[in-house]
Design a protein around this ligand. Structure first.
Ligand code: SGN
Ligand code: CA
Length: 521
C-alpha cells in the first residue's frame, strides 16, 4: 500500500490508513476496490498445484492463493459453462435465472445482474473472452467476446458494436493482451472497475500454443485409481458418453490426424487446424507428425491404447495450462506495476471442475466430486490469508462483489457474500450443505438430469427424467464415489436425513422439480 493513500476496504466496511492524517484526506482520495475476476473453462483443482501436486505446476495461480486465500470447498450449482456463467452474474440457481443448459437456452439479459448493479453504482464494467450465452452482454461498458466456444488459434472476437474481427495469435495470450490494454488505455480511470477475464482454456480440444508443444513429453502420469471403473450400481454412469477409452476422439481431441484415417470429429479438427497460418501449421506438424507416425505404426489395442490416450490427454491439457498460468502471471504483474494490486480484489476460478481420467472420463456435468468442485482462489488487499474451508458456491460471487462495492445485495439473490470469510470471520450460521441441479439431457455426453445434496461427509443424488435412480456416497469412506450405498439397510437413517436436507434446500431455493416429478407420476 502506498503511504499517502487511503484505501477503502470492503466497500464501506473498514478503512485502513497508513501514515496519513484522516482530516487531510479529501473524499476523492478514497479508493473503492476494483475487481479482476479471471475465470477459465474446464480447469479443475486436480490440475492446480496449490490444490494438488501430482500433475501440474501453476506458480502464478498459486500466487493468488499464497497472497490471499484458497477455498477448499468451492462448488458449482450446475456443472456446465452457460449455466455456471449465469449463476455467477445473477447470484441465482438455474431454475431462477432461466439458463438451465447450453443447448436450449438464450440468456435473458434484461434481468437483474451483478455487472448491471455495479455499473449503476459507478463501476466501469468490462468482459473479455468467452461469454457463451447466445445473447449479447448487457451491463458491460466494454466487451470483446469470442463467438460460442471460441478458437485457440487466430480467433474471432465480437466487439462492442457487434462487429466480428479476426485476431492473429493464440487465444489465451490475446485475451490477456486485450485485458491489459483495457485496464491501461481504455477504461475511465476516474472510476472503480470490474473486469471479467474469461478464458477459453482449458476447454476441449486442449490446443497448446506452438511454443509449449514440446513440454511434458518425457512425463508419465499416474493413472487415477478409478480409471477402469465398471460403474457397478450406478446406471447413469453406465449411460454417459464421456469416456476417454470410448468417446475421446483420436483426431480432434488427441490430434492423430492422417488423411486416410477417419473419426467422428475429423472435419471439426480440419476446420480448426485450417485457421492456422503457415508458420503455426509448420510448428504444429513438426511436433505432431512423428507422434502420429509412431502411433499408427504401433497399432495399440486394449489397455495399451487406453493408457496411451490418457497420457496424451494429460500432456495436451498441461501444455495448454502452461499458457494460462503464464498469462495470469502477466495480469498479476500488471496490477503490481500499475499500483492497482493494493485496491483490487483478484479472483481466479473456473466455470466448473473436470475429469482427468477419474472414472475413465473427460468432461464434467456429474455431481461427483471432480466436476462439482471448482477451483477458487482470491486475493483481497488487507484480507485473510490461508485456507477457507466453508462451503461456497458460484452463486456467492455476485453478492460478494456487490457488498465489496458498497451496493446493497438485492433480496432475491440466493448466494451469500463471501466477504465475512475473506475478512477471516467464521460466521456461525454459514451453510452446512450444498444444493446441485444439472439439466442438459439428452445432449452431448449423455449425462442424465439430476439433483442432489452434499454435506461434509455424504452425498445424495437423484437421477430423473428417463431414469429414476438414487445414489448415496460416504465421501469419507469412499472419496472416489465407487460404491453407491443407496438402499443399504445400514444407511437408511443417513439417506432419510439427507433426503430431508435435500427437500429443505429445494424449498429454500424454491426449486419446483419435486412437484414437477410428482405431477408427472
Ligand atoms: C462442446 C464440447 C463438449 C462440451 C461442451 C460443453 N464438444 O460442445 O465436449 O461438453 O462443449 O462445454 S466439442 O466437440 O465442441 O469440443 S462447456 O464447458 O462449454 O459447457
Ligand atoms: Ca466449461
Amino acid at each position: 500500500m502506498k503511504n499517502n493513500e487511503l484505501v477503502l476496504f470492503a466497500g464501506v466496511v473498514t478503512i485502513s490508513v497508513t501514515s496519513c492524517n484522516l482530516k487531510e484526506k479529501s473524499k476523492e482520495q478514497i479508493k473503492p476496490m476494483n475487481i479482476v475476476y479471471i475465470m477459465t473453462d474446464d480447469h479443475t483443482a486436480q490440475m492446480m498445484s496449490c490444490y494438488d501436486k501430482r500433475y501440474a505446476y501453476t506458480p502464478n495461480l498459486d500466487r493468488i492463493a499464497r497472497d490471499g486465500v484458497k477455498f477448499t470447498n468451492s462448488f458449482v450449482t450446475n456443472s456446465l459453462s452457460g449455466p455456471s456463467r449465469v449463476c455467477m452474474i445473477t447470484g441465482k440457481f438455474s431454475h431462477k435465472n432461466g439458463f438451465t443448459d447450453n443447448t436450449n437456452c438464450v440468456f435473458d439479459g434484461s434481468q437483474q445482474t451483478m455487472p448491471k448493479l455495479l455499473q449503476k453504482a459507478g463501476y466501469q464494467t468490462a468482459i473479455i473472452g468467452k461469454w457463451h450465452l447466445e445473447s449479447l452482454p448487457t451491463g458491460f461498458d466494454y466487451w470483446k467476446i469470442v463467438p460460442g466456444q471460441g478458437n485457440y488459434y487466430n480467433p474471432d472476437f465480437i466487439t462492442l458494436n457487434n462487429d466480428t474481427i479476426r485476431k492473429h495469435g493464440y487465444l489465451t495470450n490475446l485475451i490477456t493482451d486485450m485485458s491489459l490494454d483495457w485496464m491501461e488505455n481504455k477504461r475511465d480511470s476516474s472510476k472503480p472497475f470490474c473486469l471479467f477475464i474469461h478464458h477459453k482454456a482449458q476447454h476441449r480440444n486442449w490446443m497448446a500454443d506452438t511454443c509449449n508443444l514440446a513440454l511434458y513429453e518425457d512425463k508419465e502420469f499416474p493413472l487415477p485409481v478409478s480409471y477402469y471403473d465398471d460403474y457397478e450400481g450406478r446406471l447413469a454412469a453406465v449411460a454417459q458418453e464421456m469416456s476417454i477409452i470410448k468417446d475421446m476422439d483420436l483426431i480432434y481431441d488427441l490430434k492423430m490426424y492422417r488423411k486416410d484415417k477417419n473419426s467422428r470429429l475429423k472435419s471439426t479438427y480440419e476446420g480448426i487446424y485450417g485457421r492456422m497460418d503457415s508458420a503455426q501449421k509448420a510448428a504444429w506438424d513438426a511436433f505432431y507428425d512423428p507422434i502420429i507416425e509412431d502411433f499408427y505404426k504401433k497399432n495399440l489395442q486394449g489397455k495399451k491404447l487406453a493408457e496411451w490416450k490418457f497420457q496424451r490427454y494429460m500432456r495436451d491439457y498441461l501444455k495448454t495450462l502452461k499458457s494460462l498460468d503464464d498469462n495470469v502471471g502477466r495480469v498479476l504483474d500488471y496490477l503490481d506495476a500499475a499500483g492497482l494490486s493494493e485496491n483490487t480484489l483478484v479472483v481466479y476460478t473456473s466455470d466448473q471442475g473436470f475429469y482427468m481420467g477419474e472414472h475413465g472420463w473427460f468432461d464434467k456435468r456429474f455431481m461427483y466430486e471432480e466436476s462439482f468442485h471448482t477451483p477458487l482462489v482470491m486475493r483481497l488487499p488487507g484480507g485473510k490469508k490461508g485456507e477457507i474451508v466453508q462451503f461456497v458456491q458460484n452463486i456467492d460471487y455476485a453478492p460478494t462483489f456487490l457488498e465489496l462495492a458498497g451496493v446493497p445485495v438485492p433480496e432475491d439473490i440466493q448466494g451469500e457474500s463471501l466477504l465475512p470469510l475473506l475478512r477471516g470471520e467464521t460466521p456461525a450460521d454459514w451453510r452446512k450443505s450444498i444444493y446441485y441441479h444439472y439439466y442438459e439431457y439428452p445432449a452431448e455426453h449423455m449425462v442424465k438430469r439430476h439433483y442432489g445434496v452434499r454435506t461434509d461427509r455424504y452425498k445424495l443424488i437423484h437421477f430423473y427424467n428417463d431414469i429414476d435412480e438414487w445414489e448415496l456416497y460416504d465421501l469419507q469412506e469412499d472419496p472416489q464415489e465407487m460404491h453407491n450405498l443407496y438402499g443399504k439397510p445400514e444407511y437408511k437413517e443417513v439417506a432419510r436425513e439427507l433426503l430431508e436436507e435435500l427437500q429443505r434446500l429445494q424449498k429454500q431455493y424454491d426449486d419446483p422439480i419435486e412437484a414437477e416429478l410428482v405431477e408427472k407420476k
